[in-house]
Design a protein around this ligand. Sequence first.
Ligand code: NDP
Ligand code: GDP
Length: 350
Amino acid sequence: MNQVMTVKKAIITGITGQDGAYLAQLLLEKGYQVFGTYRRTSSVNFWRIEDLGIQSHSNLKLVEFDLTDQANAIRMVAEIQPDEIYNLAAQSFVGVSFEQPLATAQITGLGCVHLLEAIRIVNPKIRFYQASTSEMFGLVQEIPQQETTPFYPRSPYGVAKLYAHWMCVNYRESYGIFASSGILFNHESPLRGKEFVTRKITDSVAKIYLGKQDCLELGNMDAKRDWGFAKEYVEGMWRMLQAEHSDTYVLATNRTETVRDFVRMAFKAVGITLRFEGQAEAEIAINTANEQVLVRVNPQFYRPAEVDLLIGNPQKAIDELGWYPTTSLEELCAMMVKADLERNQTGHSF
Ligand code: NDP
Ligand code: GDP
């Protein structure tokens, strides 16, 4: 008997970002035809998909797309006619959202609705994934945080994401669209942007170790985060869209550590032991081997409002999707330091 093999088509918005690159790699491995969107800029940077070696994959097409343009979204979805859309594009940095609250609302909040509307207009059977975030929990209401925990966002980014999340739930309930929202806790990797604290730390540790930088300046080291490995989290996104029903799921490790703990871990990965002295703005970390100050607090990196503690309970995803994280924070940190050491040695550091 002849079996017709249909190749699934997926649009990934934000393929130039960390998760977009890993998700594209995963879907290509699964035999999908992947349409990865990027923004037109004077010099587009594809370093992440190059790093993963998928840039020239025959099943990968790169598509120019801006999330703020409704017409662009409708045309793209109508032309590609995808089975699945993963909306990963966003102004994703909390720090910048305080300086650019309106741009963040347009991109991170309304952008999601441009795609939901495109689905409603073009083909309501398209499955949709929205990249929601633990930043929506914000001010601690419950520990650990789970799908039923009340939201209390503490940044324009968190508020914009919460709007997108609720629109996703509303399109699910109002129009029966398969729209799943993944509330993902922080996830990191060697492909993380350097503005985020983990990669800022691992890149600086590499530079300090190689004698290319004297000291690392950070903001609030008391903040606690639930950090997982991005490559594992994109698998969870895919699983959400293969489930029988659309829903909301938390992906997290259920372990939380301070930024200070991550600093200690990253220096340990290159054999440097730190001693922390002082408090708040006066805190420093000293190399116990030679008394050199390697870390200082700079209030410039404090935020107008902080999310003090994030720790997620991924039990629903474990039970219903069979998804669970396996990489420990120590392994993740060592992997990132190793990658940054190699990049800084070869001079190819993005
Ligand atoms: P990145 O910042 O690495 O990537 C964001 C992507 O969005 C980039 O490709 C960026 O393009 C694109 N983008 C930004 N603005 C626009 C726009 N106007 N139109 C089209 N594309 C745009 O984020 P991550 O990969 O880390 O995260 C993926 C998603 O998951 C984001 O939505 C993020 O908010 C969310 N998330 C991430 C978490 C994490 O810990 N990583 C935790 C929870 C949620 P360009 O390269 O041109 O800037
Ligand atoms: P976020 O959880 O999405 O905001 O991810 P980040 O990696 O940007 O920040 C994680 C935590 O680290 C936050 O509580 C920040 O306030 C804290 N932090 C402390 N110093 C820094 C810094 O220099 N840069 C960044 N990005 N965050 C810092």
